[in-house]
Design a protein around this ligand. Structure first.
Ligand code: MV4
Length: 452
């Protein structure tokens, strides 16, 4: 087992990883930008190394600085968390060259899944259901027109380097295709320096349901069932839950089995997530694979009793996992607490947290790095906490979440807690009747009141 792990991340996930390392008797190294000097991940790690100024591209994305920090501290392994360098195969390669274990899958797997068009072609070969569309990248506007006429409008153009909505255009009829093609290409080039596009039939009003998987180097594979991440705003997930109210045990087993087939086909090793689009007829289609730990992993941990970070570390250290699947033993929901003003188009609200009271009690978990007096800077994403409720039924998990949201006191900055309360009190949400269109349709406005 590793003696020392460097955590190449910040915020709640850095703290989350440090906690598991300490439970496993592994020493930890935090890295931090000058903006995060007073952050909890710095205080709780055994050692901490400053890696640069606040801007991410000069600190948390600066490979040379992170490797230097690992070298001077004699680190065995690096956990990249999510975001930043977590899906950067060049970083994984440089770790390897320095004899430092990158806690994640191998370079080939990261590359294959990072390019979305390649990922889709690979999955088709593996026999995984995919959305009908172009085979690989589109070669010209003319070819795009041809394929669109075959699969019929509406279609969607997606950037192969994308994911998360950038460089994506929905096209409803032939007259819009040329402009959408050019817009998507321009946006993809500006965002990713890669203007490769592919096309799919547009699935109206889908659900976003993903399967957590875990595999080791000995061919043992596990899936840990699904997370329903349909409650999103502009491709940012706001609420995730497991099990999904939309799928039954039979479909859960089917999606799990398909996900493991995908993992075996690419010899995947480590933790990962396979994202599916699910249509109203319960058909599911491969969308993307994330080769990292995800923000919403705690709800899976809550209902399966598995520590996913611990399993990632074990697999990276060459240990075996159990060759079995895990099904939800309870219900869990996560609300992402973002420092944003929901009444002003979700603008970020940096500032000092003057007073903080975290909720607690039975069935409540809070993953956060903030404390009273903590300064939220404008340099990083606005998620400051994850509130996770767990109960024996969905109804009880919702009630616990409402209770905990009402206990949550954060003064000095605005958060999206009032929006969460509106969603959790919505009749359709309570019935489990929602898709990725939910927030657009509901258009919750003037969010001020406390709801019980
Ligand atoms: C789609 C789709 C409908 N049909 N693909 C959005 C982000 C990117 N990961 C893929 N996305 C979508 N792809 C086809 N063929 C609808 C979306 C989509 C979406 C997906 C998941 C969660 C929220 C969404 C919001 C709008 C569009």
């Amino acid at each position: 087992m590793f003696k020392k792990i460097l955590i190449a991340n910040r915020g709640e996930i850095a703290l989350r990883i440090i906690r598991t390392c300490h439970e496993m008797g592994i020493k930890t190294v935090a890295v931090y930008s000058t903006a995060d000097k007073e952050s909890l991940h710095v205080k709780f790690a055994d050692e901490a190394v400053c890696i640069g100024p606040p801007q991410s591209n000069q600190s948390y994305l600066k490979i040379a600085n992170i490797i230097a920090a690992a070298e001077v501290t004699n680190t065995d392994a690096i956990h990249p968390g999510y975001g930043f360098l977590s899906e950067n195969s060049n970083f994984a390669k440089i770790c390897k060259e320095h004899n430092i274990k990158f806690i994640g899958p191998d370079i080939e797997a990261i590359n294959k899944m990072g390019d979305k068009s390649t990922a889709k072609e690979t999955m088709e070969k593996a026999g995984i259901p995919i959305v009908p569309g172009s085979k690989g990248l589109l070669e010209s506007l003319e070819q795009a027109k041809e394929i669109a006429n075959q699969i019929k409008f509406p279609i969607i153009l997606k950037a192969t380097a994308g994911g998360g909505g950038k460089g994506m255009r929905i096209v409803n009829n032939p007259s819009e295709l040329e402009k959408s093609w050019q817009d998507a290409k321009r946006e993809a080039k500006a965002s990713f320096s890669n203007d490769g596009l592919y096309m799919e039939k547009f699935i109206e009003d889908p659900r976003h349901i993903e399967i957590q998987i875990l595999t080791d180097q000995f061919g043992n594979v596990s899936h840990l069932s699904e997370r329903d991440c349909s409650i999103q705003r502009r491709h940012q997930k706001l609420i995730e839950e497991t099990p999904s109210p939309f799928i039954d045990q039979k479909m859960r087993e089917k999606m799990g089995e398909v996900s493991l087939k995908a993992c075996k086909y690419i010899n995947y090793e480590g933790g990962g997530t396979i994202e599916f689009l699910v249509d109203k007829h319960h058909n599911f289609y491969f969308m993307e694979m994330n080769t990292r730990i995800q923000v919403e992993h705690p709800i899976t941990e809550q209902v399966t009793n598995i520590d996913l970070i611990k399993e990632q570390i074990k697999v990276a250290a060459g240990e075996k996992i159990e060759n079995k699947n895990y099904y939800p033993q309870s219900y869990s929901i996560e609300c992402r607490i973002n420092a944003e003003d929901p009444n002003h188009n979700f603008r970020p609200c940096p500032g000092i947290i003057k007073n903080l009271h975290l909720p607690g009690g039975h069935g409540i978990r809070v993953d956060t790095h903030v404390y009273s007096g903590y300064q939220i800077t404008p340099y990083y994403d606005s998620m400051i906490a994850k509130l996770i409720s767990t109960g024996p039924t969905r109804e009880e998990a919702i009630k616990k979440m409402v209770r905990a949201l009402n206990e949550f006191i954060i003064e000095g900055i605005k958060t999206i807690i009032p929006l969460h309360l509106k969603i959790l009190n919505d009749k359709d949400f309570i019935k489990g009747n929602f898709t990725t269109k939910f927030l657009e349709i509901k258009n919750f406005s003037n969010i001020t009141q406390k709801v019980n």
